[in-house]
Design a protein. Sequence first.
Length: 153
Amino acid sequence: MRVGNYVDPFFMDFFSLGYFGLFFASFLSATIVPFTSEGILLLFLGAAYNPILCLFFATVGNSLGGITNYIIGSFGNPLWLKRFGINENKLASFEKRIQKFGFWLAFFSWVPIIGDPMTIALGFFKVPFWKVLILLILGKFLRYFILVLPWVW
C-alpha cells in the first residue's frame, strides 16, 4: 500500500506476486490467520488488475483456505472436547443439529470471526464434504462478486 512516498512492504509483496499474491492473501484470510482478503482484493482492483481474474483468484484461494479448515477439523477427536467440560449428551445433541442443517453453515463461512471456526466444526462433525464444498464456494464467490461488481460495470 502506498501512502505518499512510503510503500508498505507487506502489501508490496502481494502486489509483486501478481494474481498469485491475491490468491495467497485470500487463502491466508480463510484460515485462522487474522487477515482480511477483502481489503487486498480492493487494493488489487484499485491498482487496475482485471476484475474477473481478481474474482477468480480470490474465490479459489479463499475456498481452498476454507477447505483446509474443514480438513483440519476432520482430524478432530470428540474426546478432546471432554477436556473442556462438554459432556457426551451435549456433544451428541450438537452433532445431530450440525448433521441435519450444518452444511448450510458452509455458505456463511465468509463471515468474519465465526466463519473459520464454523468450517473447522463442519469437518469435526464429518458433515458431507461435497455439500460443504459447494456451499462454501458459492458463499465466498458471491461475497467477492459483490465487491468486484462496481469494477465490471
